[in-house]
Design a protein around this ligand. Structure first.
Ligand code: F3S
Length: 498
């Protein structure tokens, strides 16, 4: 997987100098935007495209591919597979680039190429909208700035060294004008991305800024931290519907007190019992959470006249369908999972025949199913894959006439796998999640087994940075019920204080 560092900031903050140094130190590719515009211009020159005919330029854009590589520490630019580095600095190419870079399509093409480079290489990019537009999912986003005074002084010194005539007050005024224009332009105005770390280089040396950015890369947030697809979808549905009216969820939509409290502030309330449900007036909106419910509960809600919104995860829905169809065709249903878990209860409720739940060899031994009869084995989505395979093997050995449907969702497995890998590679690990979340506890156990300095925190308030004074790298992960804002708050604070 590639690693992306986005550095944005106002003119004169030293972005390109810093970006090049960071790239060199980390052995990443510094994406030289200027060289890319020139490579595009070279294509137009070589193919005799009339650069004043914007339509012709637009059309030609689709045939351009650019790659940047480093060979013996020197940047090489490839245009459609050919090394064109030596041809980029000519007057003709420069003049062409200055005309064509103003075209919207050319800029769009450049963004497309930059994203492509960022996907396949470890990159450092600098500009004014890298973190907010080009690489919105960059691993590290930095907003590099310096006071107008500091930037003016730097420029002033530079010009004096070149023996150029200059005036400090004029330089300051120019910088202020430029900042204003950049921050107020219509397309991609300069602004700090919400998840960017502010680095003010006014009183820092180039070395210090470079080291600061490199240190930011030592804090690694797992990509799979937080809500899985199904939970995110259900929570989004709840917030969306709460905007219009008061709505209710059947059981907490997620095992996280912070989210449940926030949902209440947004008109979304939890119903925990059928008695509580009876107190809700007809016509009210009831949301079914991602675990899903049985057909009976579905029907009961509709018969009582509620407006039912089904936020069952599509992966769980698929199991309901399998169970319904297979049981209709006469198969006995076996669910490998934890009896009593709401998801398993829901799955059971879509079967039309005998249904059994097993989670161990002993529970399989206790089954009394006619071995001639067809059984259909499905799994609870969050069941351990290895254990599922072992239990299926037992059914096979016992000679059951079984059809096996692996319905395990790999979101949990992927999260655990990634957390384990990162925990192995860092000096300290932070696991974020509610005390009541079993998958967060499991994540904590996995990380702790790989990294002794692993802490379990619920929110940023529990963060104890004194634990990391001796650490050179920190990993962060979060359980499936931890909301994005809590993860981001912890991530930002760790990076600022580390
Ligand atoms: Fe999540 Fe749905 Fe998988 S709720 S864990 S994406 S089954």
């Amino acid at each position: 997987m590639s690693y992306q560092i986005a550095i944005d900031g106002p003119a004169g903050a030293g972005k390109s100098t810093i970006a090049k140094r960071v790239a060199k130190k980390l052995d990443y590719i510094y994406v030289d935007t200027g060289a890319m515009y020139r490579a595009m211009a070279l294509y137009f020159v070589k193919n005799k495209i009339d650069i004043y005919d914007e339509l012709a330029v637009n059309e030609a854009c689709q045939d351009i591919d650019i790659a940047i590589k480093y060979e013996n520490d020197v940047q090489q630019v490839y245009l459609n597979g050919e090394n064109v580095t030596a041809f980029l600095r000519t007057e003709e190419v420069g003049n062409t680039a200055s005309v064509t870079s103003a075209y919207k399509k050319v800029r769009e093409k450049l963004v497309e190429l930059q994203r492509k480079l960022g996907k396949t290489n470890n990159v450092v990019m600098d500009g004014r909208d890298i973190g907010t537009h080009v690489l919105v999912d960059a691993d590290v986003k930095v907003y590099l700035t310096a006071s107008v005074e500091a930037r003016a002084q730097r420029r002033y010194k530079e010009l004096l060294e070149k023996n150029e005539e200059c005036n400090l007050e004029d330089i300051k005024a120019d910088i202020e004008d430029r900042d204003y224009r950049d921050m107020n332009r219509e397309i991609s105005p300069l602004r700090q991305a919400e998840d960017a770390i502010l680095v003010d280089s006014s009183d820092m040396t180039i070395e210090e800024v470079t080291d600061k950015i490199i240190r930011l890369t030592k804090v690694r947030l797992t990509k799979t931290a937080g809500f899985c697809f199904g939970v995110k979808r259900a929570v989004d549905i709840a917030y969306e519907n709460g905007k219009e009216n008061t709505v209710y969820t059947l059981g907490p939509i997620i095992h996280n007190e912070e989210v449940v409290k926030d949902l209440e502030k947004n008109n979304v309330f939890t119903i925990n019992t059928l008695e509580e449900l009876d107190k809700i007036q007809k016509g009210a909106t009831i949301i079914i959470r991602s675990h899903g419910v049985s057909r009976k509960i579905h029907q009961m809600l509709e018969e009582k006249g509620y407006n039912v919104i089904d936020a069952t995860c599509p992966f769980v829905k698929k199991i309901h369908k399998i169970v319904d169809e297979e049981s209709k065709s006469g198969a006995t249903i076996v669910i490998i999972g934890n009896d009593g878990h709401p998801e398993v209860e829901g799955i059971k409720g879509w079967s039309n025949t005998d249904t059994f739940v097993v989670d161990s060899e002993e529970s399989i031994n206790k089954l009394s199913i006619d071995k001639q009869k067809k059984i259909c084995i499905v799994s609870q989505t969050t069941f351990n894959y290895k254990k599922f395979e072992d239990l299926v093997e037992i059914f096979v050995k016992k000679g059951y006439n079984s059809s096996v449907r692996n319905t395990i969702c790999n979101a949990t497995e992927e999260r655990q796998k990634e957390a384990k890998e990162i925990a192995k590679a860092v000096d300290a690990m932070i696991v974020i999640g509610s005390n009541s979340s079993s998958n967060t506890r499991k994540l904590y156990e996995i990380c702790k087994s790989e990294c002794d300095n692993t802490a379990y925190i619920q929110t940023c308030n529990d963060l104890d940075m004194s634990l990391y004074e001796e650490s050179n790298s920190i990993g962060i992960t979060a359980g499936a019920s931890t909301p994005k804002n809590i993860i981001e708050e912890v991530h930002t604070n760790v990076r600022i204080k580390f």
